[in-house]
Design a protein. Structure first.
Length: 388
């Protein structure tokens, strides 16, 4: 999506610099020592030699569903809300991050040599079971361990994968699992790609070059199976795909973000991200997109959206306090929504600590308006040291 994922991607770079000769695989239930904050991860100048998002570009599909060599960072970010025949609800997240180590491919004598590394996050929210599962993996794009590309497109890290199944409508099969949680889903786009910002150029801050190329598939029909609590459920629902690539980082005064991807029952979708400054105010680079039922998209400036936290949740170890219920208003579209997490405890304690989870949406003034969505919150936890 927007600047929200630079924290996560910067962590991959740090990991690779420290253990470049190793293939890393790690579970989010065992956090790494020395977690970092958004400011630490995203400060400093962009790496020399990499391409930067500085001006609008022409998007071409299906090519832009694939990787973009030359840029430092890139992700394929799937989230969705699902339900079984008996009404049991689930949320899921499956994310693949690619970080280039060099701007151009380098010929290497070793089969272990690589020009990029990958990280993946998988999470499953079991609402009825009141359980939140999450896991994290690292690997290098060598020896077939991880990678992205090809026709049809395949993005993978070990056996976790997103594989293109049809080109029109564009569809993918998602598969991932860890322990007692797993997904095997097919997602199919119901609307054309939505370009955010200035024709797909999403600016992160007022500093020149702090931008990315960013689009979303905001409504994807979803079906398949979920494994949770020792049972396997046939499920259906809707998913959302965020795609973004860039090289630049957040501005020096930005410490985190609150990101919302909402699918309303009347056919509209809302993407909004609030970038937070050190003093707690909203950065003017915050922005969003309102997608109409017919797929047309309308840009939202920071002052077009009012976002007010109504409740808060503190993590079980007391290290982070997150907003946990919101009122979101878009006066120009007569939208007034209450957003409530399906579970309060949807925090990922991975290499980077953040909250991301399934939410329910309902109209505050229009009582007949409902929906589902996903929310991501970063920059709320201070760094901490953990025992290995």
């Amino acid at each position: 999506m927007t600047a929200r994922r630079w924290l996560i991607l910067a962590t991959i770079v740090f990991a690779c610099l420290g253990v470049a000769a190793l293939v890393l695989r790690q579970r989010a239930t065992h956090p790494r020592a020395g977690e970092i904050t958004v400011a630490e991860a995203l400060g400093g100048a962009p790496a020399a030699g990499f391409a930067r998002a500085t001006a609008p570009r022409r998007f071409s599909f299906p090519d832009d569903h694939g990787p973009h060599p030359g840029f430092r960072t890139e992700w394929w970010y799937f989230t969705g809300n699902l339900s079984a025949a008996d009404g049991r609800r689930f949320g899921y997240q499956l994310t693949f991050f690619r970080v280039a180590l060099v701007p151009e491919p380098v010929e290497r004598p070793s089969r272990w040599g690589t020009d990029a590394v990958f990280m993946a996050h998988f999470a499953l929210t079991d609402v009825a079971g009141k359980r939140f599962h999450h896991a994290e993996r690292f690997s290098r794009s060598a020896l077939g361990l991880a990678g992205a590309g090809g026709r049809p497109l395949r993005v993978w890290l070990e056996e976790w994968a997103a594989v293109e199944t049809t080109a029109e409508p564009w569809s993918m099969r998602l598969s991932a699992g860890e322990g007692d949680a797993a997904i095997d889903l097919t997602v199919r786009s119901l609307k054309p790609a939505v370009l955010h910002g200035e024709g797909g150029l999403s600016r992160k801050s007022g500093e020149p070059g702090n931008a990315s190329y960013y689009y979303s598939l905001t409504r994807m029909a979803t079906s398949g199976t979920v494994r949770a609590g020792g049972e396997t459920f046939a499920v259906t629902g809707t998913s959302w795909l965020d795609r973004e690539w860039s090289t630049s980082a957040l501005g020096n005064d930005q410490v985190g973000w609150d990101w919302f991807a909402l699918q309303l029952d009347d056919g509209r979708e809302i993407m909004y991200y609030r970038l937070r400054r050190r003093d707690g105010t909203t950065d003017p680079s915050s922005a969003g997109t309102l997608v109409a039922a017919d797929g047309s998209a309308h840009h939202l400036d920071a002052d077009a959206v009012a976002l007010v936290p109504r409740e808060w949740w503190t993590s079980t170890d007391g290290a982070a306090r997150y907003p946990s219920r919101w009122q979101l208003q878009i006066p120009s579209a007569a939208i007034d929504l209450e957003i409530v997490p399906r579970l309060a405890a949807q925090e990922l304690r991975a290499s980077v600590r953040y909250w991301e989870g399934a939410v329910a949406v309902k109209g505050t003034t229009d009582k007949g308006l409902h929906g589902v969505g996903y929310v991501e919150l970063t920059g709320y936890a201070a760094p901490r040291l953990t025992e290995k």
